[in-house]
Design a protein around this ligand. Structure first.
Ligand SMILES: O=C1O[C@H](COP(=O)(O)O)[C@@H](O)[C@H](O)[C@H]1O
Length: 257
């Protein structure tokens, strides 16, 4: 498990551009090294702003979008096309504008699939297992980059503080009674997040400052799920100044101010 690096940018707009630039570079590197790449998307304000920033830069053409598998870290259990689905936001912000291979875009199934939330989670786990190679040594691919937003309560994906999903050992699970609407969701679990090469937590705004502080200053992963989200090779906290507002200066290693 990697020790987090903290990068702080001036505001949410600059942060989105910085994450987008880093993401493009990382995907190009992964495709050069392994032929293709696995990316896990997040929803939320910064998650979608980052994808819009990728779409807006000509550098996006450096990525071979057809050699990229796109997954989601979590999804609201709503029908396809619902504006509240993380998938809908991602398609509008980026995926509809670049030449992704539709067969390599892997949305989580909603109620219109006819599956229950539990069946949807099990089906997604099967999809992940089918994409995992022997060298991944586990039930999910070694995601090159797994993006996570951070909620004001410290949640990541749909892993909310103190909820049963945090103890689930399966790769994917259903969430009922989420404190943030909608109440029913599907989420990768802690072991699946930990299988990623790199985990990038992206947060902007003063309402995230306490959660970010706790996540980096020794809180437990059940109380503050962001505290437990760590990649195998690297963990980045990419923040704007407001979200970093409660961190000691010693923790912020480098920043584009
Ligand atoms: O509901 C969710 O919230 C988090 C954080 O969203 P934000 O708007 O507060 O940044 C997001 O990461 C997650 O994917 C989403 O389902």
């Amino acid at each position: 498990m990697s020790v987090p690096t903290v990068l702080v940018h001036r505001d949410a707009g600059v942060l989105a551009q910085a994450v987008a630039a880093r993401l493009i570079t990382r995907l190009v590197d992964a495709q050069a090294a392994r032929g293709s790449a696995h990316l896990v998307l997040t929803g939320g304000g910064m998650g979608i702003a980052t994808l819009a920033a990728v779409a807006a830069t000509p550098a996006r053409d450096a990525v071979d979008w057809r050699r990229l598998d796109i997954w989601w870290g979590d999804e609201r259990f709503l029908p396809a096309g619902d504006p509240e689905r993380n998938e809908t936001g991602a398609r509008q912000a980026l995926l509809d504008q670049v030449g992704v291979d539709p067969a390599r875009v892997h949305p989580m199934a909603g109620p219109d699939s006819g599956l229950t939330p539990e069946e949807s989670a099990a089906w997604y786990a099967e999809e992940l297992a089918a994409a995992a190679r022997p060298e991944d040594h586990g039930p999910v691919p070694s995601f090159d980059v797994l993006l996570l937003g951070v909620g004001p309560d410290g949640h990541v994906a749909s892993l909310f503080p103190e909820m049963p999903a945090l103890h689930d050992e399966r790769p994917v699970t259903a969430v009922h009674g989420s404190p943030k609407p909608p109440p029913t969701r599907i989420t990768l679990t802690r072991p699946s997040i930990a299988a990623a090469r790199e985990v990038w937590l992206v947060a902007a705004g003063a309402d995230k400052a306490t959660a970010v502080h706790l996540a980096l200053q020794g809180a437990g992963p059940i109380q503050v799920p962001a505290a437990g989200a760590r990649g195998r090779a690297g963990t980045l906290f990419m923040l704007d100044r407001a979200a970093a507002g409660k961190l000691p200066a010693s923790l912020v290693r480098s920043a584009a101010r």
